[in-house]
Design a protein around this ligand. Structure first.
Ligand code: ADE
Length: 236
């Protein structure tokens, strides 16, 4: 997969070279391009924002640098571009959407700051590319950078060859094969830590009992923490 990111803070994306995503890049599963939007400005101050038409607080990102940035990325002629625009006004980001994005050939993250990007840029994108406006949740970040990092990590770990044991993807919270249950609690050695014992059933070696216990834990956790994930009658 090819991933491009356009931001006025390209340094935000340095951590993508760490850990699993970093390995995906160095092994060639992911090709990453991080671009400074200011490279497509032409004034002395590299201006990327201006006051909003109609008045109001805050600044809006100017359309011209974004237009040039998108044209330049398209000219690289790598694969059809799917544009991801992080915004609190977007579609809620879910594991399902992560799988949908993981199937794309090329993702381009357009990171807005301030009060967002001039709407004409989004309208232009919708006309020329596939576009996903995505929200991380019902809270406001200072810009799209942190949201892009989260989406990139969630997507890249789904690509074939990134996670050593693909079965772990099926077991975790929010995965499709998991009926939208939160994941059960996990334990490792030692069997007693600060007087707290690992649940006996996990030491029993009885796979059937372990599976039953884990499912009960997952359902109970989901009922307590995220009842909205269960059907109206409370069943998983
Ligand atoms: N940009 C600012 N807030 C955001 C959020 N909650 N999700 C995605 N992008 C954002």
């Amino acid at each position: 997969m090819r991933i491009d990111v356009v931001s006025i803070f390209p340094d935000y994306f340095a951590p993508l070279h760490l850990s699993l995503v970093g390995k995906a890049i160095s092994s060639g599963i992911v090709e990453l391009g991080v671009h400074d939007l200011r490279g497509w400005t032409h004034d002395r101050h590299n201006t990327t924002d201006d006051t909003p038409y109609g008045g109001g607080a805050g600044m809006v990102m100017k359309p011209e640098p974004w237009g040039e940035a998108l044209d330049a990325l398209e000219e690289l002629d790598l694969a059809p571009m799917t544009i991801v625009v992080p915004t609190p006004a977007g579609r809620p980001f879910t594991q399902e959407l992560a799988y949908e994005l993981a199937a794309k050939q090329r993702l381009v993250f357009a990171c807005g700051r301030y009060e967002g990007i001039d709407q004409r840029v989004i309208d232009h994108c919708v006309e020329h590319y596939e576009v996903f406006e995505v929200s991380l949740g019902d809270y406001v970040l200072n810009g799209g950078e942190v949201a892009s990092l989260a989406v990139i990590e969630a997507v890249v770990r789904l690509l074939p060859g990134v996670i050593g044991n693909p079965e772990s993807l099926a077991e975790e919270s929010h995965s499709a094969g998991n009926e939208s249950l939160l994941e059960y609690p996990n334990y490792t050695k030692p069997p007693v830590w600060r007087g707290r014992e690992v649940p006996q059933v996990l030491l029993s070696g009885n796979h059937g009992l372990v599976a039953k216990w884990r499912r009960e834990q997952a359902v109970e956790r989901t009922r307590r923490r995220r009842p909205d994930l269960l059907t109206p009658d409370g069943r998983a």
